[in-house]
Write a protein that binds this ligand. Structure first.
Ligand SMILES: CC(C)(COP(=O)(O)OP(=O)(O)OC[C@H]1O[C@@H](n2cnc3c(N)ncnc32)[C@H](O)[C@@H]1OP(=O)(O)O)[C@@H](O)C(=O)NCCC(=O)NCCS
Length: 310
């Protein structure tokens, strides 16, 4: 590695340099950024990021030239470490990405810990980097867009359900956490949420709730943006799935936001989640891009790294 490089934990005072790093990287890799200062601060506040405790930065001559975002997720039966490395374009191919990876791998001790990272198909350097270090492609996140919502067929269950925007998001956090933990349990990106962590997450979201007989059956979290909106999460209680509720819930949200060509709705869905893909297609969502999910155990990464670089 370049001799003048130091790897150290992230500090609060790095925020502006991180924003600058993302804006440079975004000029090379579409959709990697840009990230605004408020967005970065919000991201660090997410419960899984713990204020950036496991994040690392690379510094040269007092200037921030690389960043590794990293968080350990409690997935119920096991844990996974999530990772994203960004190196400023002018400092690439000098071993900075590798050094950041090494420092993140040094945080844990368990050789069987699964390490995951998302890389867009449009980022050739990232694809080359993860392939060289022994990551395997374990699925993809499909970015989908809707400009004209299509009304779903009415089902009996859907007709009986009440769908409305939650006024008090803190009051419904425990039920949202319960449904999230049950519905996403087998998803690669799954993270177990306590009611308190969910309340924190919901404080910045718009929450829509489907209920039957006064009991929550499903929820949809949305994030409005200036000229578009995102659906962050949709989940129906597994005991109440397959009855048309999820489709109706999303359709109501799209209608309430007056989704159109000028005001599209975006969401990400796993390529391995066939039922969700089908529902979104039926509602008028079309795939726009693919982000590959790579995974390997910590032990595999250390072995493949040692056999290639010493
Ligand atoms: C991917 C990224 C982090 C690599 O950072 P970096 O500091 O250039 O990486 P390194 O110098 O440590 O590269 C280590 C090895 O990865 C491979 N590699 C990295 N970039 C590559 C490229 N553009 N083409 C081919 N191989 C590449 C090479 O084998 C390289 O070793 P070498 O230079 O001795 O041949 C950087 O390109 C980046 O920020 N990309 C955008 C974000 C991204 O895609 N992140 C996903 C990774 S989690």
């Amino acid at each position: 590695m370049d001799d003048g490089i130091t790897i150290r934990p992230l500090r609060e005072t790095d925020a502006e340099a991180v924003v600058a790093l993302y804006s440079k990287a975004a000029a090379v890799e579409p959709r990697l950024g840009p990230v605004t200062l408020p967005q970065w601060e919000q991201f660090l506040k997410l419960p899984q990021n713990r204020g950036g405790r496991d994040f690392r930065v690379a510094e040269r001559n007092g200037r921030l030239v690389g960043l590794a975002e990293s968080s350990l997720r409690d997935q119920g039966a096991h844990h996974s470490r999530f990772l994203k490395i960004v190196v400023t374009p002018e400092a690439r191919r000098r071993g900075i990405g590798l050094a950041l990876l090494d420092h993140v791998l040094a945080i844990d001790a368990d050789a069987d810990l699964l390490v995951q990272t998302l890389v867009s198909r449009d980022w050739p350097a990232g694809m080359a980097f993860v392939t060289i270090f022994g990551f395997a492609h374990i699925g993809s996140e499909i970015g989908m867009k809707c400009v004209e919502p299509l009304q779903p067929a009415r089902t009996l269950a859907a007709a009986r359900a009440t769908i409305e925007r939650a006024g008090d998001v803190t009051a419904c956090a425990a039920e949202v956490a319960r449904i999230h933990n049950a519905a996403y349990a087998s998803d690669a990106a799954f993270r177990l949420y306590s009611p308190e962590e969910m309340a924190q997450l919901l404080s910045d979201s718009e929450v829509w709730v489907a209920s039957e007989d006064g009991q929550m059956s499903g929820f949809c979290l949305t994030e409005p943006e200036q000229n578009s909106m995102w659906i962050e999460s949709v989940a129906v209680d597994p005991a109440r799935q397959g009855r048309g509720l999820g489709q109706l819930l999303v359709y109501r949200v799209l209608s309430a936001h007056e989704v159109s060509v000028e005001h599209p709705c975006w969401l990400n869905v796993s390529s391995r989640n066939a039922p969700a893909l089908k529902i979104y297609r039926r509602l008028g969502f079309r795939p726009q891009y693919e982000t590959c999910r790579f995974g390997a155990t910590r032990g595999e990464l250390i072995a493949s790294r040692d056999s290639r670089f010493h």
